[in-house]
Design a protein around this ligand. Structure first.
Ligand code: GLA
Length: 559
């Protein structure tokens, strides 16, 4: 049995040849079934009725393609969805809860494991993609992976698609050894990948591929049940080999996804996801996704100027604040540094503030923001100035915080980033409690009586967008424009979603306004900026989206 309570995983990516992992003593308690990655045998267990016709055709195509390509049937499919974040942007790596949902769009990794005695068993892993012209076939030898700490070449900026698969494979080999005694050696495998998550749109296509590859290799090498939290944690760490110090929201949304539910994901003390229903309201809450078609900050190329800088800014801010206000040493996230949640919680404890209601939380947020402003009186600090506040030499600070994940920054903004994180975390609390109360109450309210709920939820989304644009500076003009158009055409709220600096917006819309919002976006954004898009490309760029199910292992041979 693979354990949910993984001992803090070693960071294999920082030391090329770390000492062998500690031995693991199996746990005697068995986790409840809902904590295990499900194995399903029918598409009904994955998709809801409106998606079944398309998915049935797609899976039938995959089954046939696999057979034609490898002259044998696939044995199983590891399926992981993408994610859309409702609210709580760039706060997961500060350990604050976030509210994403899994998408219906997913990555399928179809696998056939060749038995030892099969004449075709040749010690090779053949990795193909249904979009073979875009993602060419790659062939690997299993003996190259005997040492689970094998190197993945990530030195080029334009990463080959197969590195995401290799990151998952590496994670599976490493963590299964650490956590299960029942693993078998990596077998000969034939693999066919089919991804429907638009790449580089900030919808976590890469996390879904890493996660499904990891699950596929685990399923091929162990018969043990796989715990969801194990899959989340190992996927997060596996993906870091690709150079981004990400938080865990994407993997949690993908693994824990529940049809028609958003997920309140918390990271402390363990990663957990509480489903919050979003669709059974009257009138229903609908979400419209619009892809700006500007490439979201992507890992290898732009991470060092964008995402990775924000992580460092928030970590250094937390550590400086903790020192200044004497709250003690902060708990370190993943061997990297303290977090703003650590600081926030310590302040609340130290001041002995009684929390639990909205007013108390709001007071605490205001006070912590005041301390941030008191500490950082300008928005730009040079590295030398930050090092001085950290009471360290600049080169020591750079070595500790800015080399494990590459950074290209001469100045850091500790104040605005921290204010965004603290206030955004409060917006998540407000949004999720409104959602929980609205799903209970809206059923009995008329459309006009329910308006305040929509306005309150939408207002929080708009405030989040403004904060991402002005304080966290992780949007771009096209994203800002999309959110404004959506609001003009009737969205209750609209904001960037995901990594940012491009990618998609998410708008909260009443069911009766969905058509208007989509038409408005088509007319004012796509027709102006991308007049060359075909109708089917437009359908893929802007559409209504519902929360989908999470990661599964599927044993479906004929659909
Ligand atoms: C990326 C990261 C997540 C999260 C979001 C921003 O998707 O992988 O961990 O930080 O950006 O909210």
């Amino acid at each position: 049995m693979i354990s949910a309570t993984i001992p803090a995983p070693p960071s294999p990516w920082t030391t090329p040849h770390p000492s062998p992992p500690p031995t693991y003593s199996p746990q005697l308690s068995f986790p409840p079934p809902e904590d295990i990655v499900p194995t399903v045998s029918r598409l009904h267990d994955i998709y809801s009725s409106p998606d079944l016709p398309h998915q049935t055709a797609r899976w039938n195509g995959l089954v046939a393609r696999f057979k034609a390509l490898y002259d044998r049937p696939m044995t199983f499919v590891a399926r992981a969805p993408g994610r859309v974040n409702l609210i709580g942007e760039h706060i997961d790596y500060s350990w604050f809860p976030v509210l994403p949902m899994a998408t219906v769009h997913d990555v399928l990794v179809a696998v056939c494991v060749l038995p030892e005695n099969d004449p075709s068993t040749d010690g090779r892993i053949i990795l193909s993609n249904v979009s073979s012209s875009k993602y060419p076939t790659r062939v690997f030898n299993t003996h190259d992976f005997q040492d689970p700490f094998f190197e993945i070449n990530t030195t080029t900026t334009d990463l080959d698609w197969s590195v995401y698969f290799l990151a998952g494979l590496k994670g599976a080999l490493m963590f299964s050894k650490l956590c299960s005694s029942e693993t078998s050696p990596l077998p000969t495998m034939r693999i066919l990948v089919d991804g429907e998550i638009p790449p580089r749109a900030g919808l976590s296509a890469s996390s879904a591929l890493v996660c499904s590859a990891l699950l596929a290799v685990l399923a091929a090498t162990t018969t043990s049940a796989i715990e969801k939290s194990f899959l989340v944690n190992s996927s997060v760490i596996s993906e870091r080999v690709l150079g981004v110090n990400s938080g865990g929201m994407d993997q949690a949304a993908s693994v824990f996804g529940v049809l028609d539910h958003a997920l309140l994901v918390d990271f402390r003390p363990l990663v957990t996801a509480k489903p919050v229903r979003v669709l059974d309201t009257v009138p229903p809450l609908c979400f419209v996704l619009a892809n700006s078609l500007i490439v979201a900050a992507n890992r290898a190329e732009t991470g060092p100027d964008t995402y990775n800088v924000r992580v460092v800014e928030t970590v250094l801010a937390a550590e400086i604040l903790a020192r200044k206000y004497g709250v003690g040493r902060l708990e370190i996230r993943d061997g990297f540094g303290g977090t703003l949640r650590g600081f926030y919680d310590r302040v609340c404890d130290k001041e002995d503030w009684t929390m639990g209601d909205r007013e108390a939380e709001e007071r605490a947020v205001r006070e912590v923001v005041r301390r941030v402003q008191e500490t950082f009186d300008k928005d730009q600090y040079s590295l030398d100035e930050v090092a001085q506040m950290m009471e360290q030499k600049t080169e020591d600070m750079v070595r500790k915080y800015m080399t494990r994940f590459p950074i290209r920054a001469k100045f850091l903004n500790l104040r605005d980033r921290s204010i965004h994180v603290i206030e955004e975390s409060f917006r998540v609390k407000c949004f999720s409690s409104l959602l929980a109360s609205s799903t209970n109450h809206l059923r009995t309210l008329s459309a006009s009586e329910s308006r305040p709920y929509f306005e309150a939820l939408g207002g929080l989304m708009n405030a989040s967008q403004a904060s991402c644009a002005n304080l966290f500076e992780c949007t771009c003009p096209e994203i800002d424009e999309l959110t404004q158009i959506a609001q003009r055409y009737g969205a209750a709220g609209s904001r960037m979603t995901g990594t940012g600096w491009g990618g998609c917006t998410l708008s909260l819309v009443r069911a009766d306004r969905v058509g208007d919002v989509i038409e408005g976006l088509k007319k004012e954004y796509y027709a102006v900026r991308y007049p060359e898009l075909s109708p089917s490309q437009l359908e893929q760029a802007v559409f209504a989206i519902r929360p989908g199910n999470g990661t599964v292992l599927a044993k479906i041979n004929a659909v």
